[in-house]
Design a protein around this ligand. Structure first.
Ligand code: PBG
Length: 307
């Protein structure tokens, strides 16, 4: 047991604060009497709002400052959207706990249509996500993708102001903000395969901090941990840079895990898909094989344009 308040590090965006509050409630419910303190840490992703993150480059744009706060002891745990956690963590830190996944799908927001199919040719989809942009263009090459950055609230404001005709946001994020009514529809995973780990929250801590790990263990979700490990193995195999549009979703049915992955050229003109399934116990290997299959399918194009 910890005889002082648990210091919980979080980004300061409305979505980050909402989800960290939910995680804190779960930690306290599992550890009655534990006191907590939120520590808001500003990351590069919160500071640079006028350029796509894929252009800013570098790894860990959402996580680096939180990880520094973990190393310095300023915080004991950091709450992340697993989607924002880089493929390889720094030595000494670990994701000690992944919580039960929320809906991994993307929501469609637009004053003009109920879904992608309802948009007229030339309509502008606002997104700075290479994955969403490439996937939209793959299905509707007649649409235009325009950059749209900022947190979810900012993006909705820009949509209302007419900077674009439609946008896509993670449904889980909208739900955590209590704004799921803003969604005109939810895109099926066949129409828009989600990002690796979308909808899953994780808690990072110092690897050797056994006291903290014991506090977190009871709220971990085994199924989500397995699904996310398969998806992250796919990502690791592709060694994705932030210029690489990749989508992947692992789903568990009984003892069987199935993973679907997609790799695209950013303009959606080409794509490669791979699916694998097998026993849940082999999650990492299945993810890795699907990643290897994607890489092999893309061949030269991968080495030249995507790596
Ligand atoms: N890139 C920012 C980000 N990181 C995680 C989510 C959504 C919430 C989640 O996946 O847990 C979002 C916003 C979005 O994509 O709409």
């Amino acid at each position: 047991m910890l005889n002082r308040p648990l210091r919980i590090g979080t980004r300061g965006s409305p979505m980050a604060l909402a989800q960290t509050g939910m995680v804190r409630d779960q930690i306290v419910a599992a550890n009655p009497g534990l006191e907590t303190e939120l520590v808001v840490v500003t990351t590069v992703a919160d500071k640079i709002l006028d350029r796509p993150l894929s252009e800013i480059g570098g790894k860990g744009l959402f996580t680096k400052e939180l990880e520094q706060a973990l190393f310095s002891g300023e915080v004991d745990v950091a709450v992340h959207s697993m989607k924002d956690v880089e493929t390889w963590l720094p030595d000494g830190l670990t994701i000690a706990c992944i919580l039960e996944r929320d809906d991994p799908r993307d929501a469609f927001l637009s004053p003009h249509a109920d879904g992608l199919a309802g948009l007229p040719a030339g309509a502008r989809i606002g997104t700075s996500s290479l994955r969403r942009g490439a996937q939209v263009l793959m299905r509707r090459p007649d649409l235009r993708v325009v950059p749209l950055r900022g947190n979810a609230n900012t993006r909705m404001r820009k949509l209302e102001a007419g900077e674009c005709d439609a946008t896509l946001l993670a449904l889980a994020g909208l739900q955590r903000l209590g704004l799921e009514d803003m969604a005109r529809s939810v895109l099926s995973v066949e129409e828009m395969l989600p990002a690796v780990a979308q909808g899953a929250l994780g808690i990072e801590c110092r690897t050797d901090d056994a006291v903290i790990r014991d506090l977190l263990a009871p709220i971990a979700c085994a199924r989500t941990t397995i699904a996310v490990s398969a998806e992250r193995s796919l990502l690791a195999e592709l060694d994705g840079s932030c210029r690489t549009p990749i989508a992947a979703l692992a789903q568990i049915d009984g003892d069987v895990l199935r993973i679907d992955g997609l790799l695209f050229l950013p303009d959606g003109s080409r794509h490669w898909s791979a699916s694998r399934q097998g026993p849940v116990a082999d999650a990492e290997r299945i993810g890795q094989e699907a990643g290897a299959a994607l890489k092999a399918a893309a061949g030269d194009t991968y080495t030249r344009h995507l790596q």
